[in-house]
Design a protein around this ligand. Structure first.
Ligand SMILES: NC(=O)c1ccc[n+]([C@@H]2O[C@H](COP(=O)([O-])OP(=O)(O)OC[C@H]3O[C@@H](n4cnc5c(N)ncnc54)[C@H](OP(=O)(O)O)[C@@H]3O)[C@@H](O)[C@H]2O)c1
Length: 273
């Protein structure tokens, strides 16, 4: 029997590449997105249900899960992929934007997981892949919110792999490096308040660094999907899977330096004094 995967955020980038990749591998795909009416590619595929799921809208989450199970009989793998990056000085952010970042990247992930778990628990089987980032284990300047969400995803995943083991459910973390997607476009929410002078040197440095880093050496999104398949098929207790785009090099740089050395190296990289 074909296995079935439910993926959030399949309108673009890593989510879309994963939907296409798992379809090619013979899986049934529940390809969820906020605006399925705009989708023209995934809707052409057989064994693929394109359905509306906004991770901040509980009804859409429950409807998608029910619809997916009704169509394919079961969900073997959940990929919590939907997310975006809020960057900028904390003081510049209205609370509403701060909440939106955590509601999407953290609370949304928890809510989708909660919706799928009873089904997997009943099946005594299932795998949950949480898409974190190398930014879930190391932080860059002006990324308090984004890194805060991804560090949260790491901690949530580490705790849940203990909890769900009792139900026969595996939890794995996928940590992409620099991947060619629309993340630096549609998913990059930069907020600044140029009246606060103290932060402007960092703002310029970070904006320059991000624009010069964008897409340089970035890997195709399908490489992340390949790592997802490897993680699903891995019966070891490995939790974290660095996934393309220099992820291993980034993480090696973080783990091989103590905090002061990492901070100094990162400031130098951003040209900060
Ligand atoms: N690209 C990278 O270099 C990189 C590196 C590390 C980690 N990541 C992580 O990879 C994941 C996917 O990002 P990407 O690079 O593929 O960027 P992307 O191409 O911009 O895709 C982001 C996806 O998330 C969806 N999304 C945003 N808010 C949502 C919500 N409330 N409900 C449902 N879907 C929502 C977007 O849907 P809409 O089309 O509706 O906006 C889009 O499908 C994110 O979690 C990101 O943090 C990316």
């Amino acid at each position: 029997m074909n296995k079935t995967i439910l993926i959030t955020g399949t309108s673009s980038g890593i989510g879309k590449a994963a939907a296409k990749f798992f379809h090619e591998q013979g899986w049934n795909v529940i390809a969820t997105m906020r605006t399925p009416e705009k989708e023209t590619e995934l809707t052409q595929l057989d064994r693929t249900l394109v359905t509306r799921l906004d991770v901040t809208d509980p009804d859409s989450i429950h409807n998608s899960v029910l619809e997916g199970i009704a169509k394919f009989g079961r969900i073997d793998v959940l990929v919590n992929n939907a997310g975006y990056g809020a960057f900028g000085p904390l003081e510049a952010f209205p609370m509403e934007k701060i909440r939106r970042q955590f509601d999407t990247n953290v609370i949304g992930l928890l809510e989708v997981t909660k919706a799928v778990i009873p089904h997997m628990r009943q099946n005594k089987a299932g795998t949950i892949l949480n898409v974190s980032s190398v930014g879930g284990r190391m932080a860059f300047p002006l990324g308090a919110l984004y890194h805060g969400t991804k560090f949260a995803v790491e901690g949530i995943s580490e705790a849940l792999q203990f909890e769900f083991a009792a139900c026969g459910i595996k939890v794995k973390v996928i940590e992409p490096g620099g991947i060619k997607t629309d993340f630096s476009g549609r998913s990059f929410d930069f907020t600044n308040d140029d009246s606060i002078e103290e932060y402007q040197q960092t703002v310029s440095a970070v904006q320059n660094a991000f624009s010069s880093l964008t897409d340089v050496n970035a890997a195709p999104a399908v490489e992340v999907a390949e790592v997802m398949l490897k993680a699903i098929n891995d019966d070891s207790n490995e939790l974290r899977y660095p996934a393309a785009g220099g992820a291993e090099t980034f993480l090696e740089h973080r783990t091989s330096n103590d905090d002061p050395a990492y901070f100094a190296g990162t400031k130098a990289m951003f040209g900060l004094t």
